[in-house]
Ligand binder design. Structure first.
Ligand code: GAL
Length: 669
């Protein structure tokens, strides 16, 4: 077959729209109709085969791609390109029967039984060899197939860790490579506590959550390393076999058990699976925040590889998408930097654990309402894609999102209900309500692109990062950081420093004491300088003594009157804020973000009414403002600049009206 132009050129993320498809679930006679309906919908890509190992290798070493070739031919004839998933997330029955050691071992010491998915041991040599063999065979077979444009590694890396002896030895080897000597490891973890020093590498076990915190942190890092290595083995083979194809992986947004920055390093671009929780109508904040993190992994636009298409669930199902909602969630992702959208799934399956996970078509295979809405969306996508090409989100606000701190906080929350992500959300959501875009970025990234940087709960604060934020503020940046920042070093030991440690001069405060507030306890607090009064501090309180920092919110109880809850200090050309508690009132966070934006001289293009989201993409085709109505009421929004709505082709004069779940894409004049 003749080779097509490569789908990926350096620096660009390809633009496609389509669906996840499982031809192996249906009779061959149905395939031509499916391909035709996809084409009529405007789809030009499908993802295939990520769970089809047993169909491609029905017996060890015997490969059968004829059925897949046939399905691909139907798609290709209808102008549809293909992404192939390496099928290693579910293993054939023969594999486990022949090599039972491939199954993961649970913490209880029991080996898992075959079935379900993602239950292999990630270290097991046999599994890795078999994974390489099917990957190599697929890459060799599809190297010249003009329909194939790219690959997805495995499916949603993650799941439970494995506690087998091979993983334990691998963990010991990984530690030996990292620390060189046991003396070094013992010091880094502080194993003198409870007489836990190690004298032999072989004494080190896989830790549970109550083991040494430094050991736990390293174990979390090791789990990522295992998955990155497994993925690397597949990437190397696909790159060698199919050098013109892109390689991606479908991440899970705010999933917490892997360091996604590291998993993304070798990929051409990141994809993620967006399953917003269909609760009562509200802004799907987490879908926006996850998208911003996914864009931040490589500082590059991304794909949606699975976009929910209807009610989902394995045992019980959730609510259905309402008219306009399926389209709107797609626009939300485009607004945050998605360049391609793939719905999950084409047709609701009649067999297996996901019978309730609804696709664009139901069990009946009839193209009803959800299919029609996807079709409208796909057709619009083709009209706007040239405008979107080469544009991305370019925020002036960055939030440092750190997996080390996330894991360390989850291991020792310090106060009931403390979650790293929940704390990020408080700031993120207030920024979204203010109509301001945000990048979620890796600590250590260049901060100079941002006028405002938020470093939430940087529990693990390496000195290098402390130095970097100090320099950032000195050069004119605005920084907000908060409680539990700077407590620990990278090894998991608490610093021998009075808090906020290295940031003391920068923030102009000293925290000699602090406490967790249980659910019965709260402190009244009052803002000064226009900050809200009558605030309620909950969950945790740093007893902040302001040195040369200004007090912006102070506690009111008699024993707290000398202490601040929120402070600000001008430092050289910039300004650093510190928040030492959680406030019950959402309005506090809106006021805080308002102050920070002002301080950083960031003016939102417009402040949306409640329930409406705005997001800006910009680039060589100009500035494109997305407006998304997440409510079921008509929303009227003032537009203080000249613009044209690319969806209706209408000129916008002063204001725009959005129907329930309506969207607009304004090209700014
Ligand atoms: C995703 C997964 C899909 C499917 C979907 C619905 O997490 O990648 O294969 O299982 O969930 O359960």
């Amino acid at each position: 077959m003749k080779k097509k132009t490569p789908a990926l050129t350096s620096g660009t993320v390809p633009q496609y729209i389509g669906v996840d498809y499982y031809p192996e679930h249906w009779t061959r006679e149905r395939w031509p109709l499916d391909a035709r309906l996809m084409k009529e919908a405007g789809f030009n890509v499908v993802r295939l085969a990520e769970f089809a190992w047993t169909f491609m290798e029905p017996e060890e070493g015997c490969f059968d791609f004829a059925w897949l070739d046939e399905a691909i031919t139907h798609l290709y004839k209808n102008g549809i390109s293909v992404i192939l998933g390496t099928p290693t997330a579910t293993m054939p029955a023969w594999l486990c029967r022949k090599y039972p050691e491939v199954m993961r071992v649970l913490e209880s010491g029991h080996r898992e039984i075959w079935g379900t998915r993602k239950n292999n041991c990630p270290t097991n040599g046999t599994y890795r060899l078999l994974s390489e063999r099917i990957t190599r065979a697929m890459a060799a077979h599809y190297t010249a197939n003009p329909a194939v444009i790219g690959w997805q590694t495995d499916n949603e890396f993650g799941g439970q860790p494995c506690y087998c002896d091979t993983c334990k030895v691998q963990f010991q080897e990984w530690l030996r490579a990292k620390y060189g000597t046991l003396d070094n490891l013992n010091k880094t973890w502080g194993t003198h506590f409870w007489s836990h020093s190690f004298r032999e590498w072989a004494e080190i076990m896989i830790p549970g959550e109550l083991h040494n915190p430094g050991m736990w942190l390293d174990y979390k890092r090791f789990v990522t390393w295992q998955e990155v290595r497994f993925q690397h083995e597949q990437i190397a083979l696909v790159r060698a076999g199919c050098p013109e194809h892109f390689i991606t992986h479908n991440c899970m947004g705010l999933y917490q058990n892997l360091n996604y920055y590291q998993l993304a390093e070798e990929l051409d671009f990141v994809s993620w699976d967006n399953y917003p929780v269909w609760g009562a109508p509200d802004i799907p904040y987490d879908a926006a925040m996850a998208a911003d993190l996914m864009r931040g992994l490589k500082r590059r636009n991304f794909w949606i590889m699975e976009q929910s298409a209807g009610p989902g669930g394995w045992n019980t199902m959730g609510r259905n998408v309402r008219p306009g909602e399926l389209r709107k969630v797609v626009y939300q992702q485009l607004a945050h930097g998605a360049d391609s959208i793939v719905w999950f799934r084409w047709r609701t399956c009649t067999a297996g654990r996901e019978q309730y996970w609804h696709g664009l078509l139901g069990h009946d295979g009839v193209p009803l309402r959800r299919y029609q809405e996807a079709r409208t969306t796909a057709q619009e996508f083709h009209k706007i894609k040239t405008h979107l090409a080469g544009t991305t989100v370019c925020p002036s606000v960055g939030i440092l999102y750190d997996y080390d701190s996330l894991w360390a906080v989850s291991n020792q929350p310090g106060f009931t209900g403390n979650q790293y992500v929940a704390n990020v959300r408080r700031y993120y959501q207030a920024l979204l309500r203010a109509g301001v875009n945000v990048d979620l970025i890796r600590p250590g990234s260049d901060l100079n692109a941002y006028r405002l940087v938020i470093m939430p709960q940087q529990f693990v604060l390496p000195d290098t990062l402390a130095d970097q934020v100090i320099a950032y503020v000195a050069q004119g940046g605005v920084l907000l950081t908060d409680f539990r920042t700077g407590v620990k070093d990278e090894g998991g030991l608490c610093y021998e420093r009075t808090l906020p440690g290295k940031l003391t001069d920068l923030l102009g405060i000293v925290i000699e004491e602090y406490e967790a507030l249980d659910d019965q306890m709260k402190y009244a607090a009052d803002g000064v300088e226009g900050f809200p009064k009558a605030l309620t501090a909950i969950k945790f309180a740093d007893w902040i003594t302001a040195g040369d920092a200004e007090v912006l919110v102070k506690y009111l109880p008699w024993h707290m009157q000398d202490f601040a809850a929120l402070t600000r200090k001008q430092h050289r050309k910039g300004c650093a804020y510190y928040l030492g508690t959680v406030f019950k009132e959402e309005s506090f966070y809106d006021a805080l973000i308002g102050t920070l934006l002002k301080s950083a001289r960031i003016t939102p293009l417009l402040t949306p009414p409640p329930g409406v989201e705005v997001s800006l993409r910009e680039g060589k085709t100009g500035r494109l403002l997305f407006l998304l109505n997440h409510t079921e009421e008509i929303q009227r929004i003032g537009i203080p600049f000249a613009a044209q709505d690319l969806l209706t082709r209408k000129k916008i004069v002063e204001r725009i009206e959005l129907e329930p779940y309506g969207v607009a894409l304004l090209k700014m004049g």
